[in-house]
Design a protein around this ligand. Structure first.
Ligand SMILES: Nc1nc2c(ncn2[C@@H]2O[C@H](COP(=O)(O)OP(=O)(O)OP(=O)(O)O)[C@@H](O)[C@H]2O)c(=O)[nH]1
Ligand SMILES: [Mg+2]
Length: 221
């Protein structure tokens, strides 16, 4: 049932661009081009109409992210812990800078992310404090088998009040997303409709980035 109590303005959108980009040769992935735009800006532009304030979580090239985010008034925030502790550190930075009751995180490297992500996450919320997207896994398909639906945990809607719980978990050494989300009431948002096939296909390598660019170009033509 759709949750009519939460409006777009009550959700801060956070583009996660704080990773190492190891499988892309250690580049700052959010600044890599997709159809002529930095990936982080592409993600921001898809997220912006769905939410209120915007954040970019990045650990390198802060000035470049500030410049690309400026037209959308997106604020840049870095991890508070060094050495790339993983995506939960991005959630933590986002929650620390979030001034609205909800935070919606998306990774920078998934350029076909749903344009109706926020609505569908809210529609599946029920009374949960965390909503985790579930969608087709296009990366680990077994030969002769169809793609499987699986959790896409970096696509996550979080109640902002969870900030102190996450800080405790991370400072206690926790790194696994599901180990933390499992401590709170959560729900699943399924993205398994026609048209959702590539919604969570992500560019971990340069070849995957080029493939996704090709898919996007074919869709537009
Ligand atoms: N803030 C923050 N975000 C991270 C960290 N590690 C990964 N992420 C983000 O989590 C999302 C999914 O991570 P990956 O697809 O593995 O991206 P990545 O870590 O840059 O790439 P690899 O180093 O190749 O694994 C991306 O949006 C990353 O930016 C981290 O240590 N800190
Ligand atoms: Mg990825």
């Amino acid at each position: 049932m759709a949750d009519s109590r939460i409006t777009a303005e009550q959700i801060t959108g956070c583009v996660l661009a704080g990773g190492r980009g190891a499988r892309m040769g250690g580049v700052d992935k959010g600044l890599q081009r997709f159809q002529g735009l930095p990936l982080a800006l592409h993600a921001l532009q898809r997220l912006a109409p769905q939410v209120g304030p915007l954040l970019i979580n990045a650990n390198r090239n802060a000035a470049a992210y500030a410049a690309l985010g400026q037209p959308l008034a997106a604020e840049v925030c870095a991890d508070s812990l060094p050495d790339y502790p993983g995506p939960l550190a991005g959630f933590m930075a986002g929650l620390a800078h979030c001034r609205t009751p909800w935070l919606l995180c998306v990774p920078c490297d998934t350029p076909l992310l749903p344009l109706d992500l926020a609505t569908r996450m809210l529609a599946s919320r029920g009374d949960a404090d965390i909503v985790i997207a579930h969608g087709w896994d296009t990366e680990h398909v077994k030969p002769g088998q169809p793609p499987q639906l699986r959790a896409q945990p970096v696509f996550c809607l979080l109640r902002a009040q969870l900030a102190s719980s996450l800080e405790r978990f991370i400072t206690g050494g926790g790194r696994k997303i599901d180990a933390w989300t499992g401590q709170h009431p959560s729900s699943q948002a399924l993205f398994d409709r026609p048209g959702d096939e590539q919604a969570f296909s992500n560019a971990n390598t340069l070849a995957q980035l080029l493939d996704l660019e090709q898919i996007a170009t074919e869709r537009q033509s």
